[in-house]
Design a protein around this ligand. Structure first.
Ligand SMILES: [Zn+2]
Ligand SMILES: [Zn+2]
Length: 479
């Protein structure tokens, strides 16, 4: 085995919570190496913040003569959200064009990986707002340029850098920092437990946007109460978010299991359930129409300044028009697009089976509907079978040939999911239309839906949603 070359480093020189950027810059300076060769030799990249594997940690420990637990704390911090699924904050991707740092920390010759996270707005050691330094564009490898830019910046802030006076900064016992890392660990574990028990969640609809920091931290705080002393550090606390839970009995869970074994997942059931016609005011279609009516009240006469070119969807198909020109055939204004999305079950138009389904969709529908009928969930309407199956293709709304059996053990669960999903889609669409009214381009669709999740509990199932608190809901539940 080839022995590792000896390096200028000593035990204890690696600092707690230090960023890879800070570590690499000091390593380069202490060893007279450039950024590129240091990164290659150490196999550490300042732009990657994912925890290092055990093998890489052991190698670093051996090269640097630092104890393995200390190397692990810096390069594989325990406060990670791995395993939390969609409960996790967005991954930290340090921006290659700028460095976020704390001025007071830089006087200690120090930079922490926490300074680069978008969800912290203040330094956890000094509680001061974080600064941003732009990196001048130059040719070269972005990660290496960043290390060099940090070297210049830190040299101007700290006279002793790359050495530092061991004045006990930073310590693990630092009040806010200890509290922050402990909370992150607890919240991460609670989110991972929930993700593990999660059975279903509302579909990702990227055209609505991804969860905001406010939503993510609103959710995490309902899972694990945040100590008051660390609240001022966060960019977004999600104070306005509240959680609602509905419990469903063991029998509902067994019924879902039974259907799952027949190949009927919850998404299949919802696909069907949300399209059924029923005289009930609470039927899914009645709920969709009520949501559409609420949208219509804001659009008596079209004054929209945008039209979507026919056939274009969520691309650059939006063109600006003068309101007085009026709408032309084959174009849809943002409001019409919003109505159509509700009509299609909050999917982009074109995915709707009831409008001229393709041969493939028709076959899928037949397979699913036969399976649902055999499973005892639906029954054909007496008037729906006048034409043989093959001839009914494309002639009328195929979904409405069946009635849902209200005595199904799943009706309550499906009803609640549909009700919550419509409310969520309506909020996302209303927010989008409001933004367009204020002058935002309609292509910008960063309006996340509320997340709806079904999890397994000891007694059965629990359906959970987080949503922004509104005055009609009473007092917000305190996370
Ligand atoms: Zn600081
Ligand atoms: Zn309009």
């Amino acid at each position: 085995m080839v022995p590792l070359p000896s390096v200028n480093w000593w035990p204890g020189n690696l600092r707690l919570y230090e960023s890879r950027l800070s570590f690499l810059a000091r390593f380069c300076a202490l060893n007279g190496l450039n950024a590129r060769s240091s990164m290659k030799f150490l196999d550490v990249n300042p732009e990657d913040d994912t925890p290092l594997a055990e093998e890489a940690l052991a190698r670093l420990s051996s090269v640097l003569h630092e104890p393995l637990p200390h190397v692990r704390r810096v390069f594989a911090p325990p406060a990670s959200f791995a395993g939390c699924g969609r409960y996790a904050p967005p991954p930290v991707t340090p921006d290659p064009r700028r460095i976020r740092y704390c001025k007071a920390c830089s006087r200690h010759g120090y930079h922490s990986y926490l300074h680069e996270t978008s969800w912290l707005s203040r330094c956890p050691f000094h509680l001061t707002p974080l600064e941003t330094a732009e990196i001048a564009p130059r040719s070269g490898m972005a990660a290496a340029l960043k290390v060099e830019a940090w070297q210049r910046l830190i040299q101007a802030s700290s006279e002793t850098w790359p050495r530092y006076w061991d004045d006990g900064f930073p310590t693990q016992e630092h009040a806010q920092m200890a509290s922050l890392t402990a909370w992150l660990t607890r919240a991460g574990q609670a989110a991972a437990r929930l993700a593990q028990a999660e059975r279903w969640r509302s579909r990702d609809r990227p055209f609505f946007g991804t969860p905001s920091l406010a939503q993510v931290f609103g959710q995490l705080r309902t899972l694990e109460a945040m100590p008051a002393q660390i609240a001022p550090l966060f960019t977004e606390l999600g104070n306005e978010w509240c959680v609602e839970r509905r419990a469903f009995p063991w029998s509902t869970r067994c019924e879902l299991d039974r259907l799952q074994q027949l190949g009927l997942g919850l998404d299949h059931l919802l696909d069907f359930y949300r399209r059924i016609e029923s005289p009930s005011a609470l039927s899914p279609l009645a709920r969709i129409r009520a949501a559409q009516d609420r949208l219509k009240t804001r659009h008596d006469i079209c004054h929209c300044q945008w039209e979507l070119v026919d056939g274009a969807w969520e691309s650059s198909g939006w063109i600006s028009v003068q309101a007085e020109q009026g709408m032309r055939r084959g174009f849809a204004c943002p409001f019409e697009v919003a109505l159509a999305e509700l009509e299609c079950g909050w999917e982009p138009p074109g995915t709707d089976l009831s409008r001229n389904p393709s041969e493939r969709e028709w076959r899928r529908f037949l397979i699913v509907s036969h399976a649902l009928q055999e499973a005892g969930l639906i029954r054909p309407r007496p008037d729906a079978w006048a034409l043989p199956e093959a001839e009914r293709h494309g002639t009328h709304d195929v979904w409405r040939d069946y009635d849902w059996r209200d005595d199904s053990l799943l009706t309550g669960l499906l009803d609640t999911i549909i009700e919550w999903e419509i409310a969520s889609a309506l909020t996302a669409l209303t927010t989008w239309l409001d933004a367009i009214d204020r002058g935002t381009h309609p292509f910008v669709r960063g309006h996340p839906q509320h997340s709806i999740r079904l999890g397994e509990t000891e007694d059965g199932l629990s359906l959970v949603r987080w949503q922004p608190w509104s005055p009609t809901q009473g007092e917000p539940s305190v996370p």
